[in-house]
Design a protein around this ligand. Structure first.
Ligand SMILES: [Zn+2]
Length: 249
């Protein structure tokens, strides 16, 4: 049951008929694991905490660097050198004291992904490399946890939702293959606009809330591609790869 203070805090979303008290109850009961407290993680954590997701597990082994600050607004100069996950979890609790936010200051990989993600109702992956994304995808399929995947580089962002354990739904590897050595693009090399990270991380949070509470058109099996160099927005369907080594039946 929600307290009066909680009803007041969430009033403007509870009043939405598509969301309502039932949506709020689902959010409060949800446990979202966030991979990466970076450009995508910071805005995602902010809005998921503010919206009242009951439990957040923030997984990041990195420390705050000065070059993060233009796109990771949970951090300030005073946090340089501190573990990102710990600073972000503290910020989440400050944003909303009703949220249980836990920091896991470790690198997630194939060896620990399943145990780190255990009990999550949704995974939001905003990390910066393929090897991690593939390990997270494998664990998400094995544990049957919806995987909201968001990525940014330069002026472009992508957001998709995978439920690869389902017979007709793709996993992340259906889109990109399963080679962890595949060259990726990261912000250190490609550069990125800070506000684009904010936009895509916020969109990831909104799609996570949608996936957890169910309203409108689900993103399942679809990839939204947002090109903010020229303001082009498109969405494509992702087919399940019948030969996919991760999710084929
Ligand atoms: Zn697959």
């Amino acid at each position: 049951m929600l307290s009066d203070a909680e009803l007041d805090r969430y009033a403007r979303q509870i009043i939405l008929p598509q969301f309502g008290g039932a949506g709020q109850a689902k959010l409060n009961a949800a446990h979202v694991a966030i991979i990466g407290a970076g450009g995508i993680g910071c805005p995602a954590i902010t809005y998921l905490a503010a919206a009242g997701v009951g439990r957040l597990t923030i997984i990041d082994h990195d420390h705050v660097e000065r070059s993060n600050l233009h796109r990771q607004p949970l951090f300030t100069d005073a946090d340089i050198g501190a573990p990102k996950a710990a600073v972000a979890a503290e910020a989440a609790r400050r944003i909303n004291p009703h949220v249980a936010a836990e920091a896991r200051i470790e690198r997630i990989d194939a060896g620990n992904a399943e145990s780190l993600l255990d009990g999550a109702t949704l995974i939001l992956d905003g990390c910066d490399n393929f090897a991690t994304r593939l390990a997270v995808n494998r664990a998400a399929v094995a544990r049957r946890i919806p995987l909201l995947s968001a990525a940014i580089g330069a002026f472009e962002g992508q957001v998709a939702l995978y439920e690869g354990w389902r017979e007709d739904a793709p996993c992340y590897a259906c889109l990109v293959g399963d080679d962890p050595d595949r060259p990726g693009i990261n912000c250190a090399e490609a550069g990125v606009m800070g506000a684009l990270a904010g936009m895509i991380g916020t969109m990831a949070a909104l799609e996570a809330v949608r996936a957890l509470t169910g309203w409108g058109q689900p993103l399942n099996g679809r990839l939204a591609i947002i090109d903010m160099l020229d303001r082009r927005w498109r969405e494509i369907g992702i087919a399940k790869d019948p030969e996919c080594p991760i999710c084929r039946g």
